[in-house]
Design a protein around this ligand. Structure first.
Ligand code: TXA
Ligand code: MG
Length: 322
C-alpha cells in the first residue's frame, strides 16, 4: 500500500512541476479541475492517449476534452466563430467545453478526438489545473479520472480507489468545487447546441448569447452514456474486417508480423502485435489509407482483448457507416 500513499500527493508547486514532467514524457497524471478530477495525458501524443483508454477500461474510443490554460492556446488549435467567441468570453476560465473545428495542422492526436474533425476544448478554472497546464506547455486530454462505468471523482481519494496503481501522480487539492462535469456545447456550426448538460445551466448560456441554446435531441435518454452524443468518424472507403487476404485494388490495414500479400498501399497498426500501439495508430492510419481513395480497405483481425475491444468497436462502426 506504500505505492498508493506515494501516488496521491498534495498539489504543491514541486509536485505540480513533477507532474508536468511526467505528462511531457507520455505518462498519466490525475489533477483537479473545478468540475471533477481529470485523468490527464499529452493530447498530442497518441500513445499517451491510448494509455488513457487502457487505464479507464473504456470499451470504446469516446472523444476526449482537451484542456488548455487560456483562450490564446485554444485559438491556436481550433477555429472560433462569433458565437464561440462570445461563449468563451462569458465562461472561460470555467465549466464550459466548446466543440469546434480543428485548425489545419492542429497537433492534437487523431485518437484524442476519436478521428473527428472537431475538437472539444476547455479552459478550466482551478489554480492547480492552470499551473499544471502552464508548466507543461502542452494541451492535456483528460476524461474524468474514474474507471469506465464508475461515477466521476470529486476527491483525490475517489481517484486513488479507482486508478492508483495505474498513475504516476494524483495531485490532491481537496474536493472539487463544482462536483459536476462541464457543460459541452457544439459551437462548430452557425447554431450552438448543448451536447451535454453540466455545471453551467442552459439559462446561463441563453443569457450570454441573448437567444435560447437548444439541447441536442434525446439528451435525457443519452445522459447515461454521454460519449454516444458524438458523431463518429467513418472513412469513405468500404472496410472489410477480419481480412486474411487482400483483394485487387484494396488497401491493407495490417496488424502483427504475418502480413498477407498486397499490391496497393499497406499500413501496419502494430507490426509487433501491441494493442496500445495499434490504438495509437488507428485513426491516423485509417485516415491515411482513406485519403488514397482505394477500392476498399482490408482490415486484418485484431484480438478482442484489452484495447482490442475498443479498436474492434470502432472498426465495426466504420465498416457500416450510418
Ligand atoms: O468537467 C469535465 O468536462 C471533465 C473534466 C476533467 O474536465 N471531463 C470530462 O470528460 O467529463 P469526459 O471524457 O468524461 O467527457 C467528454 C465529453 C463526452 O460527452 C464527449 O462525447 C464530448 O465531451 N466530446 C468530446 N469531444 C467531442 C467532439 N469532438 N464532438 C462532440 N462531443 C465531444
Ligand atoms: Mg466521464
Amino acid at each position: 500500500m506504500a505505492r498508493v500513499a506515494s501516488v496521491r500527493e498534495a498539489a504543491t508547486a514541486e509536485a505540480i512541476e513533477r507532474a508536468a514532467v511526467a505528462l511531457g514524457s507520455g505518462r498519466l497524471v490525475a489533477f483537479p479541475t473545478e468540475t471533477v478530477y481529470g485523468l490527464g495525458a499529452d493530447a498530442t501524443n497518441p500513445r499517451a492517449v491510448a494509455l488513457v483508454f487502457a487505464v479507464k477500461g473504456r470499451p470504446r474510443f469516446n472523444p476526449l476534452i482537451v484542456h488548455v490554460p487560456d483562450l490564446a492556446a485554444a485559438t491556436a488549435l481550433c477555429h472560433f466563430n462569433e458565437t464561440a467567441r462570445q461563449l468563451a468570453a462569458a465562461f472561460w476560465p470555467g465549466a464550459l467545453t466548446l466543440v469546434l473545428p480543428r485548425r489545419r495542422g492542429c497537433p492534437i492526436a487523431d485518437l484524442t478526438s476519436a478521428g473527428l474533425s472537431t475538437l472539444a476544448v476547455r479552459v478550466p478554472a482551478h489554480p492547480v489545473a492552470t499551473r499544471l497546464l502552464r508548466a507543461t506547455g502542452l494541451p492535456i486530454a483528460a476524461p474524468s479520472a474514474n474507471r469506465s462505468g464508475h461515477v466521476s471523482p470529486t476527491t483525490a481519494a475517489h481517484v486513488a480507489a479507482d486508478l492508483a496503481d495505474r498513475l504516476d501522480i494524483i495531485l490532491d487539492a481537496g474536493p472539487t468545487p463544482l462536483g459536476l462535469e462541464s457543460t459541452v456545447v457544439d459551437a462548430s456550426g452557425a447554431r450552438a447546441i448543448v451536447l451535454r448538460l453540466g455545471a453551467i445551466a442552459r439559462g446561463e448560456l441563453d443569457r450570454a448569447l441573448g437567444r435560447p441554446v437548444p439541447v441536442v435531441d434525446g439528451q435525457a435518454s443519452r445522459l447515461a452514456s454521454p460519449g454516444m452524443l458524438a458523431r463518429h468518424y467513418a472513412p469513405a472507403a468500404r472496410l472489410r474486417l477480419e481480412a486474411r487476404e487482400v483483394a485487387p485494388g484494396e488497401a491493407l490495414l495490417a496488424f502483427g508480423a504475418a502480413v498477407p500479400r498486397h499490391e496497393a498501399a499497406m499500413l501496419n497498426l502494430s507490426p509487433s502485435g501491441d494493442l496500445l500501439e495499434a490504438a495509437a495508430n488507428l485513426f491516423a492510419h485509417l485516415r491515411r489509407l482513406d485519403s488514397l481513395k482505394p477500392g476498399g480497405i482490408a482490415v486484418m483481425p485484431i484480438p478482442n482483448e484489452g484495447l482490442g475491444e475498443a479498436i474492434n468497436d470502432r472498426l465495426l462502426r466504420a465498416a457500416r457507416p450510418a
